[in-house]
Design a protein. Sequence first.
Length: 171
Amino acid sequence: MFKYDSVHGQWKHHELKVKDSKTLLFGEKPVTVFGIRNPEEIPWGETGADYVVESTGVFTDKDKAAAHLKGGAKKVIISAPSKDAPMFVVGVNEKEYKPDLHIVSNASCTTNCLAPLAKVIHDKFGIVEGLMTTVHSITATQKTVDGPSMKDWRGGRAASFNIIPSSTGAA
């Protein structure tokens, strides 16, 4: 699926080979691949992975993300808003990061788009109140054809044919 991606197109950089059941070769660089649901069981330490980007959307609080540390990772960056992990956005507050923090959030894609610009405007002119509207590309959780949605009736509409109002996790 990586070599011939429907969205990103064909991989054209360097040769991609399967070395064995757990290793892909990107040119000569080996990359270990895991199919493990429980992050505690992923041997990050054995692979030399110091930093893990948690992008499943499942392990977004500190307790759950800490499972990667048990597997040997030294730091975890959550790629979504977190209810309890310190949140950093480059261009806004990244200078507040301290090396003793082992689990952090990089907020949401919406926050990363809006916050740096809002900071510049606020620092220069001040912002008393704001409202934002975002238009997001299709995501993997949306329906390709109309069907029932567990969230709400709008979420059941075919994503490629509709603009679907939704909430955001922007912090």
